[in-house]
Every structure is written in structure tokens, then in C-alpha cells.
Write a protein that binds this ligand. Structure first.
Ligand SMILES: [Zn+2]
Length: 322
């Protein structure tokens, strides 16, 4: 039998076994909860990360349930699940950032072993978990100030044969909107994965810091279907209670509007709404209620993301249209 031990940091799972434990981030007090599933049969390596942002709970819960449900006797290949990638942010309940260094973990990949807390976490994740994977799924959702409808993001720039593998993952995952990222590579999880040639996608399900069952189920169905796509589990394997996904809308672009003002942002449209180019979608007022700017949609499309907090300052995201 060709199967080998699955080694992640100091954790070792022999063929046909599952190991849970902590992956320490050297030079910090951070310990990442991980599960290693070394299937009894040969197959690809899938890595899954939850909680890159600490208050995106449906993805964290889906990672926990995936890790608990997988039985190595029934798995072909190996699965590495990191349940919470950003424990400092999770416990401090910070939005976007790791309180240890004020950085957004999803902007510092592939990380630096001699850097700040977030950079070291990114390096530990990239070198131990993501590197060498045949597929990588990053689980996100709306953080505490983010309202959104579920969507997936796939690499949008690269070799066609590689991009097709990423689209296959998103197609299997089944979330109804899929948007391409605008640039090759980048400092996010999937940017680093795409630079390394690892087929990947990022899935967003859940909003405004809520842990709700439908959003968890959407992630679970996606993971279940990706495992089947990669032929890592039997077709009868069930992780979610949902039926088959509906039609997928492949968006041609993903357009973010960021604030240029310090004050209060009032949105006039809800996520999921279709807007026309030039349509007024909100306004910014100063602390005294004086109008600073009327915000119009720069392109027509579907509002996938809308900030739910009125606090706004230069460069903070306001909304995204797919
Ligand atoms: Zn996120």
C-alpha cells in the first residue's frame, strides 16, 4: 500500500486514521485547532480553512462539522481542516483584524515566519496546510458589519486549464453567484494558493456576524459536493440536509466601492437587489448630518455585499456589485 503518514506541523496521522490537535504558530502564543484525516485509500489532498476572519461563524461551524463527520475508513486521499485560523480575532471578536497586530490575515499571505502575528499565522497555514494541496477551500461569510448574499470567488487571471479547475470547484460548491477575482495572485488565501498553482475557491455564506443554520448548511453542501467531485468520498456521503443546488450565475466582474469620506454611510438598497449603473444606492453624511456625498452604483448588477455599519472612513468598503 502506497499510503504515507500525513504530517502537519508536529501532528502525524497514519493511513486510515484521524488526528485532532493544535498547530502552534512559532513565535506567537497562537495555536490553530486542526483535524487531519488520512484516508484509508489513495486520493488527492484537500485543505479547508475556517475563521480567517474571527467573526465569520458559519464557515467555522462548517469546518468543525466537516472534521467531525469524516471517517478515514471511507476517505480516499487526505483532508486537512483548520477550524479557526485566527483565534485572537475570534476571541476578541474583532472585525477583519487580528488584535495582536491590527492586520487583516487575508491580506498578508503567504506570510512571513519572522513577521507579526498575522504574518506568522499566514506562513504557518501556507507552508503546513495549503502547500501541496490538490484543492483548497477557504470558508468565509459576512463579518459583524457585513451584510451579504452567498457568493463564491474564484481566481480570474491565470492559465485557462488552471482556472477551469477552480471553476469546477465553485460549480460543485453550488453557491448561486460566482465572481472572478480581478488580479492574479495577491495577498489573500486564494491569491497565495493560485500563485502556487493550487486549484482553490473562497466561499461566502452568512452575514453580520450571525451563526445561522441555513448558512452553515450551504457551506456543508458545498464541501460535500467538492469531496464527491474529487472522488474522495462515496456518492452516498452526506454532510448537509440540503438538496441539489440551483442554477449558478457566473458574474463577469466584481466591483467594490470604497469610502473616501469620514462620517456616516446610509445605504438605500439591500443585498440581493439588482441596481442599474448610476442608480443612487446611498449617501454619506458628516457627524452633524450634513450631506457629504451621494453614492451611485458605478456599474449595473447585483448587490452582493453591503456594509451594515454606518461608520465609514477612507478606504473602508461600502458595497460590492457583481
Ligand atoms: Zn472573511
Amino acid at each position: 500500500m502506497a499510503k504515507k503518514d500525513l504530517v502537519v506541523g508536529g501532528l502525524v496521522a497514519a493511513p486510515g486514521t484521524k488526528v485532532t490537535g493544535f498547530l502552534p504558530v512559532p513565535g506567537t502564543d497562537v495555536q490553530l485547532p486542526v483535524t487531519l484525516v488520512n484516508g484509508a485509500k489513495d486520493g488527492p489532498r484537500l485543505s479547508v480553512t475556517g475563521g480567517i476572519h474571527g467573526a465569520e461563524y458559519p464557515g467555522i461551524e462548517a469546518a468543525i462539522r466537516l472534521a467531525a463527520k469524516l471517517d478515514p475508513a471511507d476517505v480516499s486521499g487526505t483532508v486537512v481542516v483548520v477550524h479557526i485560523c485566527n483565534p485572537p480575532a475570534f476571541h476578541a471578536r474583532t472585525v477583519y483584524i487580528n488584535p495582536q497586530d491590527g492586520k487583516n490575515l487575508n491580506r498578508v499571505f503567504p506570510g512571513n515566519p519572522d513577521g507579526t502575528s498575522s504574518e506568522r499565522i499566514a506562513h504557518t497555514l501556507f507552508s503546513n496546510v495549503m502547500k501541496g494541496s490538490d484543492a483548497y477551500i477557504d470558508l468565509h461569510g459576512g463579518d459583524m458589519i457585513e451584510d451579504l448574499i452567498p457568493f463564491s470567488i474564484v481566481p480570474g487571471v491565470g492559465e485557462e486549464s488552471y482556472l477551469a479547475k477552480c471553476r469546477d470547484l465553485a460549480n460543485a460548491y453550488g453557491i448561486s453567484y460566482v465572481a472572478p477575482s480581478r488580479t492574479a495572485g495577491g495577498n489573500g488565501t486564494t491569491g497565495a494558493a493560485s500563485d502556487a498553482g493550487i486549484p482553490c475557491m473562497l466561499a461566502e455564506s452568512g452575514a453580520v456576524g450571525q451563526l445561522d443554520e441555513p448558512s452553515v448548511q450551504l457551506h456543508l453542501r458545498g464541501l460535500e459536493r467538492v469531496l464527491k467531485l474529487l472522488k474522495m468520498v462515496d456518492p452516498s456521503f452526506k454532510l448537509s440536509t440540503l438538496g441539489e443546488p440551483g442554477e449558478i450565475t457566473w458574474l463577469t466582474q466584481f466591483n467594490w466601492t470604497r469610502s473616501e469620506w469620514t462620517g456616516l454611510f446610509y445605504s438605500f438598497v439591500k443585498v440581493g437587489a439588482t441596481v442599474k449603473e448610476g442608480q443612487v444606492v446611498g449617501e454619506v453624511r458628516d457627524y452633524f448630518g450634513k450631506l457629504m456625498a451621494t453614492i451611485k452604483a458605478p456599474v449595473g448588477g447585483v448587490i452582493l455585499f453591503m456594509v451594515s455599519s454606518p461608520a465609514t472612513s477612507p478606504t473602508s468598503p461600502m458595497f460590492a456589485i457583481g
